[in-house]
Design a protein around this ligand. Structure first.
Ligand code: ZN
Length: 501
């Protein structure tokens, strides 16, 4: 049995190498590649992805899984061995359904679509991106049909990012959230002036912003000997191994939160990747459980730590040493209020904690309509603007600030957006648990001490890699399934205080 397991691991290791080469080419495309490199890069990615896919769906791997599957009972459910067989069997069954041609087609179409999207966004012209998006929706419909579904066409697409989560569950959770958030946003919108955030909109030297962000993430525990940070149009985190984790961020010299919270956010993803058990390296288990769980890590550091009063009671004076003039007349409390100002705005990634999830619901609903053939792609910008008005009471002045703002669709990913909102909910569920386990947590944050928090996350979340499905992990750690209850209580408490509601 041991020999069979070693053979499986050896095969998976080689496929893993190809996948990491894909990740590296993708990272390069979004950071340093000159625009002229796009067509060749499309072919390179298509070839590598198709090869990795074909190696993975080989009959030999199926035979190894079958042999090992029967002997799973010899191993503990939580052991690396049983987990590997369990997870790979699920991946394999899914991947076998997808022809290599479809994988290559996705790679080709999306590489060109990404280039078209950057141009469309630059010129705020949806028509440049429209034909590409039409192809992408078509490919996703084909993918959903190939994978199969019982209830909703969205289910198999969502399942790629959030295993076992159903569209109807997401709708139920979103309904709970919406019932709380819509009236809250309306109430706060009437008194946005109660919080002044002009301090954030001053010239801030980009290099100093970069340096401050790096200082904070080093304090959080991000290991720069096993990772680095670069600039990209759309911030993201990727890894080429557990000991080579890449963060990207962007800097706005006239708006402090972009780089600051972008950096803390991506660092949360990076800490997750760096914290995976090294024994899982090169096994397919050396990854996050799901995008929702991944996002819970980024949101926890960005929001529950980085937007807390305790954090700024410690870090505001340090920020002042970087920007003595800009922050001369400001104190920690007014800075805390400024970074937590609630105001309906156009750009999702810069939305506050209260309005953020409404941006997600809008995308989730539009994706469902596009996939179900209820919404023509040509009508998407109009539908986008109509929903913005309904949920946030504002209409984007142009498509760059509207339907063209996100990179995801150009990357071929539909079914991805809900994971952001799920991550927000999970971040609070986890944080509530952590506070129960570490009663002095807030005091520790107020002194810039994060070791115990990081250790808790390492032990309970990071270490396991991809061993569990999201619901399994959330239940193991918090004792409950995913729910909006904790998030709603958190938002209500925090923002009633800030806005004196
Ligand atoms: Zn994220």
């Amino acid at each position: 049995m041991e020999a069979k397991l070693q053979e499986l691991k050896a095969r998976l290791g080689e496929i893993h190498d190809l996948n990491k080469a894909v990740a590296l080419l993708g990272w390069d495309q979004q950071t340093y590649m000159p625009r002229g490199g796009a067509p060749a890069r499309a072919e390179q990615l298509a070839t590598l992805q198709k090869t990795a896919h074909n190696w993975f769906i080989a009959d030999e791997i199926g035979a190894l899984i079958e042999t090992l599957d029967g002997s799973e009972s010899e191993w503990d459910y939580d052991s690396d061995e049983a987990s590997l067989v369990r997870v790979i069997a699920r991946d394999y069954a899914k991947a076998r359904k997808i022809p290599g041609e479809l994988v290559a087609e996705f790679a080709r179409v999306t590489t060109l679509a990404y280039e078209a999207w950057t141009k469309a966004r630059r010129q705020s012209d949806f028509s440049i991106f429209q034909p590409h998006l039409e192809k992408i929706v078509e490919l996703n419909v084909r993918l959903a049909e190939t994978l199969g579904y019982e209830d909703r066409i969205y289910d198999p697409l969502l399942d790629q990012f959030e295993p076992e989560m159903k569209t109807s569950q997401v709708e139920a959770i979103f309904d709970d959230l919406k019932a709380e958030l819509l009236p809250l946003v309306r109430t706060i919108s009437k008194q946005t002036d109660a919080v002044d955030d002009s301090v954030l909109r001053r010239p801030y030297d980009g290099e100093k912003q970069w340096s401050f962000g790096l200082e904070v993430i080093k304090d959080f525990g991000f290991d720069l000997t096993r990772g680095r940070q670069d600039e990209s149009v759309h911030p993201f985190t990727t890894s080429f191994s557990i000991s080579d984790v890449r963060l990207t961020t962007r800097v706005d010299p006239n708006y402090l939160p972009t780089a600051l919270f972008g950096t803390l956010h991506e660092c949360g993803h990076g800490l997750y990747e760096q914290g995976i058990n090294l024994g899982l390296e090169r096994t397919f288990l050396d990854d996050g459980v799901s995008l929702g769980i991944h996002e819970s890590q980024s949101r926890l550091w960005e929001n529950l730590v980085g937007r807390s009063r305790e954090f700024w009671s410690c870090y505001f004076s340090r920020l002042q040493t970087f920007f003595p003039h800009q922050l001369a007349e400001v104190d920690a409390e007014s800075f805390y209020r400024a970074i937590n100002r609630v105001e309906p705005s156009f750009i999702r990634v810069e939305a506050d904690e209260v309005t953020y999830n409404l941006h997600i619901m809008l995308r989730f609903e539009l994706e469902n309509e596009m996939l179900e053939g209820k919404l023509r792609i040509a009508d998407l910008p109009e539908a986008w603007n109509a929903k913005m008005e309904t949920y946030l009471g504002i209409v984007p002045p142009d498509h760059a600030k509207g339907v063209l703002q996100d990179v995801h669709w150009s990357n071929g990913m539909l079914g991805y957006f809900p994971t952001y909102a799920l991550g927000n909910l999970i971040s609070v569920q986890l944080f509530d648990r952590i506070q129960a386990d570490i009663p002095s947590l807030r005091d520790q944050i107020a002194t810039g001490t994060f070791d115990e928090l990081l250790s808790w996350l390492r032990e309970n979340v990071h270490h396991h890699g991809r061993k569990y499905i999201p619901d399994e992990l959330v239940r193991r750690v918090t004792g409950n399934s995913l729910t909006a209850t904790n998030y709603i209580a958190y938002i209500r408490a925090k923002y009633s205080e800030i806005y004196e509601l």
